[in-house]
Write a protein that binds this ligand. Structure first.
Ligand code: ZN
Ligand code: ZN
Length: 390
């Protein structure tokens, strides 16, 4: 990871009338090239606010964007060399209001979801705004009102960002900045279970893959009353967090026959499976561990074609769903669980670094240094960086 720091001035923490004219922001040059620069302060439009970013979590999708560009889409193409600021899992403080906004006040603590759909296409009208047909169509003389900060518009590796009011969730006083950055991840897990449909209380859920979305899917499934909740993973440090978040059983994929073990634990197989890995082995495991009439959610984006037992899916009347992001206001439902203390999402947060140290933070996330899971970059003063205090 190459990076240059062009500015050394102390960061701005201003809100309201004290706002400076520029802010510090990381921008993407070519692949893997991030530079910290001064950018003009963005201005919120109608139904938008300016958010002072207090903390932003690093997601596997950020790492993908830095390497390959996709799924970011800027001005109809790859996001490279377009003065684009990535980062999408952030929280902060309302710093200014756009015209007509009375839903929030300057000083409110908020966390954000990613997608502000256009509000006019067929999918947005169904609440599926993460599947908006106008994704990325906001440049030149087109203005569809769509934003996906950190994907199609400037994101959170900066001091400030503009957000549509529909993407904002109030943060309770007692919740830490770091935990609040995890609401969108928990919301994605929630959306996966929402799309699978039905009440999961008393039904079995298997989660394959203990990354942040998988671990929080365990937590959300447990909070929804699923029983048993089974986690399939390989890294013991992550499996242990899965137990703490509510997994009734953990299957070690390295030493156990995963499908046989799920059948042993559930009788006829799992009612719901959330596959957060999306590779040939796990997709086939998912198909073979699901009981007749059961449901599978793919919560990963495989990079190439995956071969799987389609016949077993058809003959067993199994339903297969993809999900994209955190639609249908799932973040608000995830926040309700987190505010009520139904699970401790902060267990997946492992490290915090200062905004200036973003390249180090990205390296920790990418290489899983020191068993890193969720690495957070903070704009709060005095952050020295490293592992979370236990
Ligand atoms: Zn993400
Ligand atoms: Zn739309």
């Amino acid at each position: 990871m190459e990076s240059k720091i062009l500015t050394t001035k102390t960061g701005s923490r201003a809100i309201g009338s004290e706002l400076p004219e520029t802010m510090r922001a990381w921008v993407l040059g070519g692949p893997e090239e991030l530079t910290l620069i001064d950018k003009p302060m963005p201005t919120p439009g109608r139904a938008e606010v300016l958010v002072r970013i207090d903390a932003v979590a690093i997601c596997a999708t950020d790492l993908e964007i830095l390497s390959y560009g996709t799924p970011a889409l800027i001005e109809g193409g790859a996001p490279f060399n377009k003065n684009f600021t990535p980062g999408h899992e952030y929280m902060g403080t309302v710093a200014a209001l756009g015209p007509g906004v009375d839903e929030f006040e300057v000083g409110d603590r908020v966390t954000v979801e990613i997608h502000a759909g256009c509000g006019q296409c067929k999918r947005c009208r169904m609440g599926m705004y993460t599947s908006c047909h106008n994704y990325g169509l906001n440049y030149g003389d087109r203005d569809k009102g769509h934003r996906a900060n950190g994907f199609t518009t400037d994101g959170g590796f900066a001091e400030y960002a503009v957000n549509n009011i529909n993407t904002m969730i109030r943060v309770p006083d007692a919740m830490s900045d770091e935990e609040a950055t995890l609401v969108v991840t928990a919301g994605t897990s929630m959306y996966g279970l929402t799309e699978l449909g039905g009440l999961v209380a008393g039904e079995s859920v298997v989660v394959i893959g203990p990354g942040p979305i998988g671990l929080l899917a365990v937590a959300v499934a447990k909070a929804l009353g699923a029983s048993p909740v089974i986690l399939v993973g390989t890294r013991e440090s992550r499996n242990e967090i899965g137990r703490q978040l509510g997994a009734d059983h953990v299957i070690d994929a390295r030493s156990e026959d995963v499908v046989a073990r799920v059948k042993e634990l559930t009788g006829k197989g799992a009612d719901y499976v959330v596959d957060c890995a999306g590779v040939e082995t796990t997709v086939n495991q998912a198909v073979h561990m699901t009981n007749r009439g059961g449901r599978i959610c793919l919560a990963a984006f495989p990079k190439s074609a995956v071969s799987f037992d389609l016949g077993a899916l058809a003959v067993n009347n199994i339903y297969l769903y993809g999900i994209r992001g955190e639609g249908k206001s799932a973040t608000h439902r995830a926040m309700a669980f987190m505010e009520a203390g139904r699970f401790d999402a902060s267990l997946v947060h492992t490290h915090t670094f200062a905004l200036e140290d973003l390249p180090t933070a990205l390296k920790y996330a990418r290489e899983r240094i020191d068993d890193a899971i969720k690495v957070v970059v903070s704009n709060q003063p005095g952050i020295t960086g490293g592992a979370k205090e236990k």
